[in-house]
Design a protein around this ligand. Structure first.
Ligand code: NAD
Ligand code: UGA
Length: 465
């Protein structure tokens, strides 16, 4: 089957960039990205490309090239479903906040809504592609809904999980380590797989396009995220030992990373991993293991999250204990709020938990982040429900200028590894602060020696003394 028209349901961090790259690389395919969120769609259509709802280096160029040619963003969901030969489902799959599996299982209500809408609208055979990250065997539920429409339309369900990381999404999409496509072993299933392979083959070498059965594909995505997050928790666990023992976690990471069996990537210690997926996907994995009665397996993976929580708490505890056990009324400036550099995304960012802990101690926080909006920062805190909206606004201000934000601070805490933080005039910052002036580097990006030469007292995560 030759695909001429694609619809993607969900214009978020995955749907937007992924479809923009498919449209750029396949100008003969019409790609329509639809969403229920009209303001998000309007931002994708904004003339001013700095207003795109997702900030990703290089994304503006891709959108500029394809938008209006064969890439469209729209709220006309039914029309786009009707016209498409292939429909990607790229909606959010957050952790359930109610009922059975609350706080662990993936909430599949948005996925099911999509399946029902496709079932309602479709008049011709279609290939439905799971792009969202889903529990293993979700394709079965989608298939059940689609195959009970009674209108004779044939559906093939594929799993095509996305492995892009935010901040490098465009590069990851243009040059992926692999593309994974899972489908049925039947003739029709293999035909659907081939149709999707043919799309990626426009820019991805064939040997990087991997095809499997549906369940392996679904489970590989959760497994990949679990392994990645486990590496971060492992090095973060070691960072605590380094601080106690006088070792330097960067030296340890380098030493172990040179072992080709371990590898050097993803061993950067931090104040804790964030992002919308690691925690949710591991919780989901834990839930799946428990539902199969594999309690020891569940406990094993749950530790990855417990260490991550510990790391965030350890950082805020360190700030409080260093500031003479009281931060009440003291100004502490956060450099960074995003969960990593080069993104405007702050979902599950470590900064949120660290801020919440310090606000519980009545610290006065000022946050400066180059890309995260003020609205989002307050939204993140409000979501926690730890205190009233007014109290959050009283205790925390959002700075527009880093030098202003640091003025009169007792301490600066680096929460995100934005490159610009390393280029600041730290002497000027020192002059404007309360003394003794403290820096808590939760990302290990600052040159501690030169900061100490200026007069700062420094703590760097994972660095023993
Ligand atoms: P997101 O919240 O940024 O975007 C999801 C979009 O879907 C929202 O704009 C929402 O309005 C829309 N939506 C929800 N229900 C809808 C419906 N019924 N009809 C139309 N639109 C609907 O989420 P995201 O970060 O893009 O993640 C999407 C999926 O991809 C998740 O399963 C996630 O685990 C997975 N994933 C995310 C990343 C990432 O880096 N963010 C990477 C790989 C995989
Ligand atoms: C991660 C995976 O890397 C992607 O492959 C996956 O597609 C995606 O999740 C997803 O499913 O959502 P992402 O969360 O965007 O991507 O970003 P990462 O680069 O993985 O970083 C996640 C968190 O771990 C960040 O807070 C980052 O600062 C932290 N991290 C990462 C470390 O603390 N140390 C490291 O060495 C690497």
């Amino acid at each position: 089957m030759k695909i001429k028209s694609i619809c993607c349901i969900g214009a978020g961090y995955v749907g937007g960039p992924t479809m923009a790259v498919i449209a750029q690389k396949c100008p003969h395919i019409k790609v329509t990205v639809v969403d229920v969120n009209a303001s998000r769609v309007a931002s994708w259509n904004a003339k001013d490309l700095t207003q795109l709802p997702v900030f990703e280096p290089g994304l503006d160029e891709v959108v500029k090239e394809a938008r209006g040619r064969n890439l469209f963003f729209s709220t006309a969901i039914e029309q786009a479903i009707d016209q498409a030969d292939m429909i990607f489902i790229s909606v959010n799959t957050p952790t359930k906040t109610y009922g059975k599996g609350k706080g662990m299982a993936a909430d599949l209500k948005y996925i099911e809504l999509c399946a029902r809408q496709i079932a309602k609208v479709a008049k011709q055979d279609k290939i439905v592609v799971e792009k969202s990250t889903l529990p293993v065997r979700t394709a079965e539920a989608i298939k059940n809904i689609l195959n009970n429409t009674g209108n004779g339309v044939q559906f093939q369900i594929l799993s095509n999980p996305e492995f892009l990381a935010e901040g490098t999404a465009v590069q990851d999409l243009l040059n992926p380590d692999r593309v994974l496509i899972g489908g049925d072993t039947t003739k029709e299933g293999q035909g659907a797989i081939q149709a999707l392979v043919d799309i990626y083959a426009h820019w991805v070498p064939q040997d990087r396009i991997l095809t499997t059965n549906v369940w392996s594909s679904e489970l590989s995505k959760l497994t990949a995220n679990a392994f990645l997050a486990q590496r971060v928790s492992s090095i973060n666990a070691m960072s605590a030992i380094c601080e106690q023992s006088g070792a330097d976690v960067n030296e340890v990471a380098k030493a172990i990373g040179m072992d080709s069996r371990i590898g050097s990537k993803f061993l950067k210690t931090s104040v804790g991993f964030g992002g919308s997926c690691f925690q949710k996907d591991i919780l989901n994995l834990v839930y799946i293991a428990k539902s199969y009665g594999l309690n020891e397996v569940a406990d094993y993976w749950e530790q990855v999250i417990l260490i991550n929580e510990h790391q965030k708490n350890r950082f805020s505890d360190k700030i409080v204990s260093t500031l003479y056990n009281t931060v009440s009324g003291k100004k502490i400036t956060f450099l960074g709020w995003a969960f990593k550099k080069d993104t405007n995304d702050s979902r599950e960012s470590a900064a949120i938990k660290v801020a919440d802990n310090l606000l519980n101690e009545l610290a006065h926080l000022t946050v400066y982040d180059p890309k995260v909006t003020e609205e989002r920062i307050y939204g993140d805190l409000e979501y926690l429900n730890s205190r009233s909206e007014e109290e959050n606004r009283e205790l925390l201000t959002v700075g527009k200028d880093p030098y202003e934000a640091c003025k009169d601070a007792h301490a600066i805490a680096v929460l995100t590894e934005w490159d610009e933080f390393t280029t600041y005039d730290w002497e000027q910052i020192y002059e404007s602060m309360n003394k003794p002036a403290f820096v808590f580097d939760g990302r290990g990006i600052l040159d501690t020696e030169s900061l100490e030469a200026i007069g700062f007292t420094c703590y760097t995560i994972g660095k023993g003394s």
